[in-house]
Design a protein around this ligand. Structure first.
Ligand code: ASP
Ligand code: MG
Length: 417
């Protein structure tokens, strides 16, 4: 059983959906198809959630945009010939509309996020499953929330592996043996029965979880690029495709911010040595990149840019050393505010790191840190990381980075926007 994951860019419009239906048809075997929300739908749903939570009537305009986007895609795909499909999609939209009508809010923002944002994946997967059947590719739509079981850490839920593997093996396998199964990435359900999500861009992770539980032969992630490149082609000229990457290298690159594969995706595959392919949905015949269990594979420098960061400098108020007890406090405050640290550095009296620029979380974090420390925040910076730096002759270090750090193979520099 193979798992194929198609991201938002591959289903961004009706043409995209048609294109991937050809790819799926060419598989000539049943597979599990994991799909994300159409194009930028998740961003739109995030805006809807914010408006809903702030009781802002803008939610209705945003909702109407979402509705029109989806209805126009189905009109194009089915040319109005299948009223039951239109009815099905309208019904899902109605469910969201009714939810948005609620006034009484007793739960956290993150809780509501997880009830609203999954609609993007539900809509995309339903449209794709209908279309596959329409073009005679027998497919079965299932709701991933019945299979991916998590705790209730909203927006970044953690997998309950035992429960997930049990239900995937017992229930999903049966269906997947009979026909192609279309399901959603990114969305899950907690033990308490409420929706959860696995973190932005989490659909790759869903594909890896399913493959792990099913002992799949492989996972393929279909992208709009030919595979993993040594730098982002949108930012750098002369990029090179990498044919093979070891699991360990992929974990490292994802950790530094390479966005091509979601960071959590590799572990579940590595544990069972399930190869991962990254291929182009534009040129599906091209071989792409293979990620596999191996010694070091990458022999060229790779440049990874991590955008949307803040740089935070923390000093003790009494100039005492930043020692274990301070570090313990700092780490637990970051964890409480669900913020990760990137490129950490400490000296005798200060600790500096970058963190993701999520305004409401960062401002809460800084207020809490300020109760204990002197805190300086530099908003909007980015990190350049150069992997295999020692063999890089092209990349020149910036003359005045806000922070720089070397380790054996990687050089990081933090730069102001
Ligand atoms: N639709 C979700 C997002 O955009 C999940 C994904 O694309 O993987 O973050
Ligand atoms: Mg997406």
């Amino acid at each position: 059983m193979k798992v194929n994951k198609f991201g938002g860019a591959s289903v961004k419009n009706a043409e995209g959906i048609k294109n991937i239906s050809h790819i799926i048809k060419d598989f000539n075997e049943h597979t599990i198809v994991v799909v994300s929300a159409i194009g930028k739908t998740t961003n739109l749903l995030e805006s809807i959630t914010r408006a809903f939570y702030n009781e802002d009537d803008a939610k209705w305009d945003l909702f109407n945009t979402l509705k029109e986007n989806h209805l126009s895609i189905i009109n194009f795909l089915f040319e109005g010939k299948t009223p039951f499909i239109t009815n099905d999609i309208e019904n899902i939209l109605l469910e969201l509309e009714c939810f948005l009508d609620r006034e009484n809010k007793t739960e956290s923002y993150d809780f509501y996020y997880d009830q609203i944002v999954p609609f993007g994946e539900i809509l995309a997967s339903r449209i794709l499953a209908h279309y596959l059947n329409f073009v005679q590719v027998k497919s079965h739509w299932v709701d991933s929330r019945n299979f991916i079981v998590t705790d209730d850490y909203h927006r970044e839920a953690r997998i309950d592996w035992d429960s997930t593997c049990k239900v995937v093996k017992n229930q999903l396998r049966k269906l997947a043996n009979k026909s192609t199964v279309v399901m959603q990435g990114f969305i899950s359900r907690s033990h308490k029965g409420t929706n959860t999500t696995l973190g932005r861009e989490g659909s790759d992770y869903t594909a890896a979880i399913l493959a792990h539980c099913l002992d799949s032969k492989s996972v393929t992630i279909w992208k709009d690029v030919d595979g993993v490149m040594n730098a982002d082609p949108k930012r750098f000229d002369e990029v090179e495709k990498i044919d093979k990457i070891s699991f360990n290298e992929a974990i490292e690159l994802a950790y530094y911010g390479a966005t091509i594969i979601h960071p959590k995706t590799i572990q579940p595959l590595k544990a069972k040595k399930i190869p991962l392919f990254v291929k182009s949905f534009i040129n599906p015949k091209n071989p792409g990149t293979q990620v596999l269990e191996s010694e070091k594979c990458i022999q060229i420098p790779c440049i990874i840019v991590k955008d949307n960061q803040c740089l935070i400098n923390i000093k003790s108020k009494d100039l005492s050393f930043i020692a274990e007890n301070h570090l313990q406090n700092i780490f637990s405050i970051f964890s409480k505010h669900k913020l990760r640290m990137h490129v950490m550095q400490n000296s005798a009296i200060s600790f500096t790191c970058c963190t993701d620029r999520i305004p409401e979380r960062v401002s809460n974090l800084v207020s809490e840190l300020k109760e204990l420390f002197e805190v300086e925040l530099i908003d909007d910076v980015y990190i350049n990381s150069i992997y295999n730096y020692q063999i890089s002759d092209k990349y020149k270090m910036a003359s005045n980075p806000l922070l720089k750090q070397f380790n054996e193979t990687v050089y990081h520099e933090v730069l102001a926007k």
